[in-house]
Design a protein. Structure first.
Length: 403
């Protein structure tokens, strides 16, 4: 194979696309980052970033200054095209691949023989084959002349730069040549193992990883509700249970959020409703846990009101979907805060140290909120909360006192 894959266009400059673009650029690939959001393009072209991701801002600044990365609202010709746009689901949990389709349509006119086309967006199975058909229906002369592969991303937001470089990767080409091309390309900036398979297995692999996490968290969340009823400290229980050499229970929380674990299992359930019993039940348990948290807070508020003859001040601590990030997508904590604000039996302080503003209301610093509140509700275990002095009345849904 003679292709060099020196120039890449990546569509979508979000949590996945921007770190990937910066890392490719750092490793000598000339990168054009394309985003439909002009604000994102302007920010990146100034050498700045629009997301909270440690180590990324320094990297983006350098590669922009050295002209190795440029952002644009339009693609250009290149050797490699990577799709890293969102894949949400519609109201009824049916996956929405329209962003992948429209990003693909944007680049179809720029494709040339010998190009490598990669989908990184999390996708329901068969997506890569569908998108290949879309490309070949508009450009039949490219069939057999371009490489197409699905290469899912498995980074942890907040540690994206390190994990992009060091996590093992799975690549699923539409044929053997596409696998080889994808491996050649990723070897330029990934330091770890790259495992080839077919497109469908790679798509299912990504969905299975997140469904597996969801099922395991659902187990911990179910335990937390059982323990509450039985008056057992679930954090102590899990810690002790995990002393068994072959048991490793995850931690319960306010539910499951984010763009991946709370979404991707539905991509399996939607296509295989009769077979996905555990996967669907886990989704339901994790969603139910958030409603359970809301009920617990409401009960504490009413109890306080009865005992003190006044409305309590309640600090709602953390809105992001997990600790130490600014990502609020599908966040159960945000759902809790939204619901609590409609419950008029208390006055609320909303705390989220990782964002500057919020569409739900004014933010309060964690110190202020803790000093003023009667009830402290820990929804997310942000590092800022770990050192706060213990207050009289706390509701701890994320194990802040056990970390
Ligand atoms: N965030 C994660 O941790 C993570 C991890 C693994 C996989 N993924 C998957 O990666 C994909 C991207 O996720 P993300 O978190 O980076 O999303 P994101 O919302 O942070 O970023 C997506 C970007 O794509 C842009 N966009 C939308 N349509 C476009 C188009 N047609 N052309 C160019 N740009 C377009 C948006 O403006 C946005 O800036 C999703 O499929 C997601 O499931 C995300």
């Amino acid at each position: 194979m003679g292709e060099r894959f020196d120039e890449a266009v990546i569509l979508g400059l979000g949590y996945i696309g921007l770190p990937t673009a910066a890392l490719m650029a750092k490793n000598g690939i000339k990168v054009t980052g394309v985003d439909t959001n002009e604000e994102v393009v302007d920010t990146v072209n100034k050498g700045k970033i629009h997301i909270v991701e440690p180590e990324l801002s320094g990297l983006v600044k350098i590669v922009i200054e050295e002209n190795k990365l440029a952002a644009s609202t339009k693609p250009i010709c290149a050797d490699v095209f990577i799709i890293a746009v969102p894949t949400p689901f519609k109201d009824n949990h049916v996956p929405d691949i329209s962003y992948i389709e429209s990003a693909t349509k944007m680049i179809i006119p720029y494709l040339r023989s010998g190009n490598l086309f990669i989908i990184e967006s999390t996708s329901p199975i068969f997506t890569t084959e569908k998108i290949a058909n879309l490309i070949f229906s508009e450009r039949p002369e490219l069939e057999g002349n371009i490489y197409i592969a699905y290469c899912p991303e498995r980074v942890l937001p907040g540690n994206a730069v390190y994990e992009l470089e060091n996590n093992d990767r799975v690549v699923g080409g539409i044929n053997e040549e596409s696998n080889q091309a994808a491996i050649t390309f990723y070897s330029k900036f990934v330091n770890s193992n790259i495992y080839p398979t077919n497109a469908r297995t790679a798509e299912m692999c990504k969905l299975t990883e997140n469904a597996s996490r969801d099922v395991n968290i659902a187990f911990a969340n179910e335990l937390s509700m059982i323990c509450d009823k039985a008056n057992i400290n679930v954090w102590e229980l899990i810690n002790l249970t995990n002393k068994h050499p072959r048991v490793n229970i995850l931690q319960p929380g306010s539910g499951v959020g984010g763009h991946c674990i709370a979404v991707d299992p539905w991509f399996i359930v939607s296509d295989f409703p009769d077979e996905s019993i555990i996967i669907k039940t886990a989704r339901e348990i994790n969603n139910y846990k958030t409603l359970w948290v809301i009920e617990q807070i409401k009960n504490s508020i009413l109890q306080f009101k009865m005992e003190n003859n006044r409305k309590p001040k309640v600090a709602l601590m953390g809105i992001a979907f997990k600790p130490n990030i600014d990502d609020l997508r599908e966040s159960p904590a945000k759902q809790v805060v939204k619901e609590m604000l409609t419950f008029k039996n208390a006055e609320y302080f909303i705390v989220e140290p990782n964002v500057d503003s919020l569409d739900l209301g004014e933010l309060t610093s964690h110190e202020d909120a803790c000093n003023k509140a009667d009830i402290i509700v820990f929804l997310v275990a942000h590092r800022e909360f770990l050192t706060l002095e213990r207050q009289k009345q706390e509701l701890d849904f994320c194990g802040i006192r056990r970390r």
